[in-house]
Design a protein around this ligand. Sequence first.
Ligand code: IPE
Ligand code: IPE
Ligand code: MG
Length: 265
Amino acid sequence: MTKSTTLDTDRLSEGELLSRLEADLLPKHVAIIMDGNGRWAELRGLPRIAGHREGIKSVREVIALCLELGIHALTIYAFSQENWNRPAQEIDALMGLLEHYLATERSSLVQQGVRFRTIGRVTALPPSALHWVRTTEQETAHLDKLILTVALSYGGRSEIIDAVSQIARECQRGALRPEDIDETLFQNYLSTSDLPDPDLLIRTSGETRISNFLLWQLAYTELYFTPTLWPDFRRREALLALLEYQRRDRRFGRVFSAVSPQIGL
Ligand code: IPE
Ligand code: IPE
Ligand code: MG
């Protein structure tokens, strides 16, 4: 498949952007750091929670696009372990919003064939939020059109430490030997063990960092940073990210003879 070298997208309609997507070049797993809700609200003189509320509309649009395109896995960073350091008022508002989203949206998730799962230390969530998390997980457990993984109270370093300590305990009780430990075994102990690594990571709001998200899994992921704030990241923005992804050469450390100069090595 040859990839286009220029992309003048400003003049293209959403329909035209869609028609430029090539089915065999779509990512199988997209991960998103949904950032910029607070700034979106502050720019409008609104409380930060208004930005989080508006951001839910972007979540809906991205889920709908994944379903439309047959992208099988979507993993979204909704609340990091470090986010517990925010003011209690914002944390309470975010947890309330999570509950409201799950309570009202779960029937639509079922209808669309979306399986909802979480990664992170969800038991740290307030009991009522945890109740809706468990309920939604159970009600959607049989579905598989889209695996929607929501990272809640998630930290990539904790996830790695949890895997290491579990492996250490298994070695201690004789169920594993240190020489059995390799990358394949290790990733079976991660919370994403049943998912392929993300092909594409999107981060909105202009920040160009990972913020403790999926540290192991992102080793060879294509990174896409956009200044767009998450509440403004709608269908068109998502199509642009997918088109940019299609232009990337994923080499995984190799050289491709088709593109490398013939220098007689
Ligand atoms: C992302 O938006 C949502 C969460 C981290 C919960 P922010 O709340 O980080 O918004 P900014 O980055 O302050 O604009
Ligand atoms: C990352 O955003 C976490 C989520 C999107 C849930 P933050 O806004 O918390 O990240 P930093 O603090 O800018 O790195
Ligand atoms: Mg932020």
